[in-house]
Design a protein around this ligand. Structure first.
Ligand SMILES: O=C(CO)[C@H](O)[C@H](O)COP(=O)(O)O
Ligand SMILES: [Co+2]
Length: 216
């Protein structure tokens, strides 16, 4: 099946990020997923803006930023300057969601909206036309290595139906607890972008694991 594989750097070795990026540069990964956390929207803090700036200089892969931060609109220009290709914001952090979506597009980036596990897909009905992708969180955001929430399967398949009904080609990205088994399930449900963190970085040979996943 043709799909996009985006390793999440969250589970990489943060003491050796440069080497980790070099490994990914030489792998079959399609894109790189950067989890940005603020300790407010989610109970964790990950990488900061300076790290994103430097990572973007050495990555050969296009970069996606998954913003788990309040007031994401404050940082749109900075992420654009760092060369981020797709900026994904959380529905739950945006009072003026439509306005922020348009600001991201005006800044020349592709735009995604992420939904927490408890947030129904219907909240996006009136902005779906504006989106390049919807990110379905299949764990509660904040940490890598969590267990996949099975309800995400029907959520993706309902979203796929809504996208088809509206005759759109919006991408569906799934993030959290993805491995060979859950990844296959989600592709069957209608996802076309898989974000994979711990399953790749905790593998004995991450390059081989990426290759194996690409073969799904
Ligand atoms: O957004 C995230 C957590 O909030 C991460 O992208 C996600 O959890 C990936 O890690 P894993 O594949 O280990 O679940
Ligand atoms: Co993520």
């Amino acid at each position: 099946m043709s799909f996009i594989l985006a390793p999440s750097l969250l589970s990489a070795n943060f003491l050796h990020l440069e080497e980790e990026i070099e490994i990914l540069n030489g792998s079959m990964a399609d894109r790189l997923h950067l989890d940005i956390m603020d300790g407010v929207f989610v109970p964790n803090i990950s990488i900061g803006l300076q790290q994103v700036k430097h990572l973007s200089r050495i990555s050969f892969k296009p970069l996606d930023a998954h913003l788990m931060i309040v007031e994401p609109q404050k940082f749109i220009g900075l992420f654009r300057d760092f060369g981020i290709q797709t900026l994904t914001i959380h529905y739950e952090t945006c009072t003026h969601l439509h306005k922020i979506i348009m600001q991201i597009k005006e800044n020349g980036m592709k735009v995604g909206v992420a939904l927490n596990p408890h947030t129904p897909i219907e909240v996006l009905t009136d902005v779906l036309e504006e989106l390049d992708r919807v990110l379905i969180l299949s764990v509660n955001p904040g940490f890598g290595g969590q267990k996949f929430i099975p309800n995400s399967y029907s959520k993706v398949s309902r979203l796929k139906n809504l996208i088809n009904k509206k005759e759109l080609n919006t991408s569906i990205e799934v993030d959290g607890g993805i491995d060979i088994k859950t990844g296959k399930m989600m592709l069957e449900a209608g996802a076309n972008i898989l974000v994979v963190g711990s399953f790749i970085f905790e593998a004995k040979n991450p390059i081989e694991m990426i290759k194996q996943m690409k073969g799904l």
